[in-house]
Design a protein around this ligand. Structure first.
Ligand code: AMP
Length: 418
């Protein structure tokens, strides 16, 4: 199948040609005709499947056709809501590329930066707006944005949006958009709460599904190293002795963990940068572009910050810890082996995480290959319930002590997302 078969208009076909897209991905082939047909769509797809173009292209086409290419008014016609700034920026970049041979106006708004420029852009008129929920509601409240004439609403990465606690924001947004509209709802996973949410938004949707989350990107070669907690850093350095690993996305559960890993790598002259919620937007963008052009070998990211990172041909993903939510593991390894490329996902598992690894294997319905040939084998046992309780208490105590000390010295910053 080609993009011509999808009855796309010439300005879009030319833009796709410039991008060197030869044929639609599975989700694009399935979703584009339905969106053009003005149907509501429930899309089950991960990042990396081409889902952004699957909704962006037909939206551009619909708006172009509705306005007859004239764009006589500047109302927001389509609203795309997505959980993270990185994802919002990338979606808007895609829209810019796909719509470059039209006169359509688009903009992106997200928090963490001053609103001035975003407001100026809104005042010049916008047809497709991509937004994170908080800044969107903020600017609606200040009356810079009017959502009352939206024709298409897209909720992207809905599962992540709920994980990040955006449910009330989503409900508020739903009250601001017209009831008569087309809605597109995308999520990598479809647990019950997501299904329920989708039912309140969609009308008689077509369900479009590619690679269900539990089946894992089949091109990803998965390996696990079992080790002790205290040996993780040494094991990581051992793994990175493989010089083929010149571009590695490494996941850390916490922001502090991410910073610590970067420090440890830099001590050994391995170029590394962290991206997480405590980093300013320009720092994140800089780290990402240095990683993309090969100046940074290891990009250390928390799960939320990593959402929407778009790096083609990313071969290696390392899990420095095993997530307690197995779907998160699947999201992480989905960052390698994109668009049919081979990928390798390496997990480092400490005794406490053995149980999480078992949950992962249950979800993906396969055993992950165990690498035993390494100098730091797991010799310790997971803690018993009583030991864990004691350990958590101790951790809590240390944390309180740390913050008390920091407060006493007048230091510290506000807490933001991961
Ligand atoms: P997404 O799932 O939207 O994050 O897209 C994943 C990556 O695939 C992005 O880098 C896109 O630029 C790329 N992509 C999307 N559609 C196509 C296509 N039809 N052919 C080749 N690459 C594509």
């Amino acid at each position: 199948m080609t993009f011509h078969d999808l009855q796309l208009i010439d300005p879009i076909l030319r833009a796709l040609k410039d991008k060197n897209y030869h044929e639609p991905t599975e989700i694009q082939a399935k979703a584009i005709p339905q969106v053009l047909d003005q149907r509501d769509v429930l899309g089950c797809a991960q990042t990396g499947t081409g889902k952004t173009a699957a909704f962006a292209i037909p939206i551009i086409q619909r708006i172009h056709e509705m306005s007859d290419g004239q764009y006589r008014h500047d109302d927001i016609q389509a609203l795309i809501v997505t959980p993270t700034r990185e994802l919002a920026i990338q979606i808007d970049e895609n829209i810019r590329e796909y719509s470059k041979y039209t006169d359509l106006k688009h903009a992106v708004i997200f928090g963490g930066v001053k609103q001035g420029r975003q407001v100026e852009q809104l005042q010049r008129g916008v047809h497709i707006l991509t937004a994170t929920p908080g800044r969107l509601l903020d600017l609606v409240e200040q009356r810079y944005i009017d959502l009352s004439r939206i024709k298409v609403l897209v909720l992207d990465e809905a599962d992540r949006m709920l994980d990040m606690g955006f449910i009330n924001d989503i409900r508020k947004i739903l009250r601001l958009v017209p009831k008569e509209r087309q809605s597109l709802f995308f999520s990598a996973t479809m647990p019950d709460n997501i299904k329920q949410l989708s039912q309140t938004i969609l009308r008689n949707p077509i369900r479009v599904e590619v690679t269900p989350v539990s089946s894992t990107a089949e091109t990803v070669d998965q390996r696990v190293y079992y080790t002790n907690r205290s040996d993780k850093n040494a094991l990581l350095l051992h793994i990175l002795q493989n010089r083929d690993m010149d571009q590695v996305l490494l996941f850390s559960r916490t922001k502090h963990g991410a910073d610590r890993i970067v420090r440890n790598l830099k001590k050994k002259n391995i170029s590394a940068q962290a991206i997480h919620g405590d980093k300013a937007q320009n720092q994140r963008q800089k780290a990402l572009s240095q990683f993309k052009d090969g100046r940074v070998r290891v990009l250390v990211a928390t799960d939320i910050a990593a959402r929407g990172i778009d790096i083609q041909k990313l071969e290696y993903v390392i899990n420095y810890d095993i997530p307690n939510v197995p779907e998160t593991y699947v999201h992480r390894i989905g960052r390698s082996g994109r668009a049919g490329e081979a990928g390798i996902a390496i997990s480092i598992c400490e005794p406490e995480e053995n149980v999480h690894m078992r949950d992962v294997e249950k979800l993906i319905k396969q055993k992950v290959q165990v690498i035993n040939d390494h100098p730091y084998p797991q010799t310790e046992k997971p803690m018993t319930a009583a030991e864990k309780k004691e350990w958590n208490k101790e951790k809590q105590r240390r944390k309180q002590e740390f913050f008390a000390k920091r407060k006493a010295s007048g230091g510290g910053r506000g807490r933001r997302g991961r």
